[in-house]
Design a protein around this ligand. Sequence first.
Ligand code: ATP
Length: 325
Amino acid sequence: MGAVSWLLIGCDALMTFTPPKAVLLIRNPIAGRRRRGLLEAVVRRVRAAGWRVDLVDTEGAGDARRLAESCDASRYAVIAVAGGDGTINEVVNGLAHRADGPALAIVPLGTANVLAHELGLEFKAAAIAQTIVSGHALLVRPGEASCGPVDGTATPRCFSLMAGAGFDAKVVAGVSAPLKRRLGRAAYVWRSLIEARRYRPVRYAVEVDGKRYEAASVIVTRSRHYAGPYVVAPDATLGEPLLHVCLFERWGRLQTLRFGLALLLGRLPRTGGYRVVTGNKVTISVLSDAGEHRRQPVQIDGDDALTLPVSIGLAPGAVRLLQPA
Ligand SMILES: Nc1ncnc2c1ncn2[C@@H]1O[C@H](COP(=O)(O)OP(=O)(O)OP(=O)(O)O)[C@@H](O)[C@H]1O
């Protein structure tokens, strides 16, 4: 057979390449201990659909990112994360700078599972398995946050959901992993009360595409939802590469509790002193710490990740997130 024929066969093979029916399932064994049954049922259904499932447990923070960075897309069509938004965030960081990565699916075993809510995923084994084997791939450009000014020297941290500074970041920073395991969502309520008692009227400077704002708290988000099913940015959609900047523009302990209550009641977007602006480049810094004298944390997808000042933009690459078809 001549060289041209081999070339044609090669091209044909490339054009008819179908991804392998195999999923690399990355499990955070610490998350969702009470929902082990759900994971087992999902695995059974995916295997029954003719797919291979290779399960790897993480042994600590950072493992999920490394697994995603090195996952061979010619062996696995899908990486599924069995864990919460923090473990998903690691995988997003591992995939965001790869052009050839597998698609990403979720088995929601976390505390808040914001991304699962955002993707409209039902928390049932049949729906989760169906999404893994035949979900619709949504191309999502993650947000990207770095400490300090945008001068290209800091290592950016990607987020599929949000980065926040102020009250919510302090609450997140104050909830330890063991406490979250023990109390679940109640850990955040408990910590919110502590932070409300310690409250100081810190002023944050927020710049969005060159326009300057001041806020008592700020959440820069790619998603509509926050802390589970609650809505903070009604016009946000993951598919649209835009940052929605949620500004809490009133200071004081009572105002903070009022914002929290409005969030839980689904009224935050219509609450006085709250607004959402959109943009592509955001910086957040401390204007006045009101004598607080403490580290000003930045939460990324629900984990205490960075310290102010921070610069936020969109990652150059994209991740394929699987959502129900
Ligand atoms: N084996 C492990 N041991 C300890 N920590 C881990 C392990 N695997 C992952 N992690 C880290 O644990 C953190 C929290 O995990 P995860 O987000 O999966 O659960 P969660 O906190 O219950 O859920 P959510 O983020 O939805 O509230 C993540 O930041 C992740 O990096």
